[in-house]
Design a binder for this molecule. Structure first.
Ligand SMILES: Cc1ncc(C[n+]2csc(CCOP(=O)(O)OP(=O)(O)O)c2C)c(N)n1
Length: 348
């Protein structure tokens, strides 16, 4: 875990993961998180291959390098919570209950998927289960999660939280500011995880924000701030576990900032040639999946044999599911109940 550089001010404090979260992280949780990271990674590798072979017609945006951070949020959420994932959150989505099957159905345009073939990639969700459909306009989901949390408060529901993720680029938007400010004023149980992957598409951080440390924004809003090492699964699980627990205890909004690097382009159409080699070779560029495996082996939470058999099992599941979905029917726009904007009577 990294030490905070930002000043501690009234209403904003940086929590240390050590001690504060003792007992939260178990081998069982770490194993579940690692297995889900593996599923996300192998599923996304398949999506990239399907894209290259022309089977996916829309954009493909991958979370390679961000799985540790994403999964750490997903595994700490429970039934009744709200989760609004972003484009690099395949791992968090799977941890929150999304499936390999529905992901492939969405990307491949199957009419049997929850989006009935009307989305092409990442805007899928199941609002009735607290799984918000992604909004492309960056920052907007901070506000929609706030709205859902206010609704829960009006209904007298207690003990649940709402979480969303954002890139460092998205923190520059007006929506992010409005949402964070409202959450702070209303003391909503909101967790916002910022994946600072150093580039917003090709825009580097020194053209994105002028503060020396994004965590300083927590002080500006008067919310608690936490820093996680973005490619260290154990640290992400610990820090995010504490942030979620604090929100659940009623301590108001929590801002988590994690530095990392995306190990792919912005989308599969982008070769990321603007990212310097030296940065790719720096600690930030280390692959979180590989680091997580090493860490679990060292903790004796996983054996080499299990790592190999999990890999084979997930690879098989992804391959078999893709073959099945490729044979499923596409939607028929002439069908009477093919609703353009909503599915009446269908519980999404
Ligand atoms: C308000 C808004 N402006 C611009 C875009 C176009 N856009 C989509 S992703 C992206 C880059 C986002 O960078 P960042 O927030 O750092 O997330 P990352 O892609 O690095 O994970 C941009 C500019 C958008 N979706 N919404």
């Amino acid at each position: 875990m990294t030490k905070a550089k930002s000043p501690k001010t009234k209403g904003s404090q940086e929590k240390s993961s050590a001690g504060a979260t003792a007992g939260v992280l178990t081998g069982e949780l770490a194993r579940r998180a690692y297995r889900t990271m593996l599923e996300a990674r192998l599923l996304e590798e398949k999506l990239a291959a399907l894209y290259r072979s022309g089977k996916i017609v829309g954009g493909v945006f991958l979370g390679r390098g961000q799985e540790a951070l994403s999964v750490s949020l997903g595994v700490h959420l429970r039934r009744g919570d709200i989760f609004a994932p972003l484009i690099r959150d395949q791992a968090g989505r799977l941890a929150f209950g999304d499936t390999i099957l529905d992901t492939l159905r969405t990307y491949l345009g199957s009419s049997l998927g929850s989006m009935r073939g009307r989305d092409g990639n990442i805007h899928r969700g199941r609002p009735s289960e607290g799984y918000h459909a992604m909004i492309s306009h960056l920052g907007a989901m901070v506000s929609t999660v706030c709205g859902s949390l206010v609704a829960k408060r009006f209904r007298g529901e207690k003990g649940t939280v709402g979480a969303t993720c954002i890139g460092e680029g998205g923190t520059s938007t007006g929506s992010f500011h409005e949402g964070m400010n409202m959450a702070a004023v209303e003391k909503l149980p909101l967790i916002v995880v910022v994946a600072n992957n150093q580039y917003s598409y090709s825009t580097p951080n020194d053209r994105q924000f002028a503060c020396s440390d994004l965590l300083a924004k927590a002080a500006g809003y008067g919310v608690q701030g936490h820093r996680a090492v973005g490619n260290d699964l154990v640290d992400c699980l610990t820090v995010i576990g504490e942030a979620v627990a604090a929100a659940r205890r009623g301590e108001g909004p929590q801002l988590v900032v994690a530095d990392l690097l995306r190990l792919v382009g912005h989308g599969e159409h982008d070769d990321a040639s603007y990212i310097p080699e030296a940065l790719k070779k720096s600690p930030l560029g280390q692959d979180c999946l590989e680091l997580a495996k090493q860490s679990l082996l060292e903790h004796d939470w996983l054996s080499e044999e299990e790592a190999v058999s999990w890999h084979k099992a997930v690879e098989k599941e992804v391959e078999e599911t893709a073959s099945k979905v490729l044979r499923e029917p596409a939607p028929d726009p002439t069908e009477e109940d093919w609703n353009a904007f909503a599915s009446l009577g269908r519980n999404l």
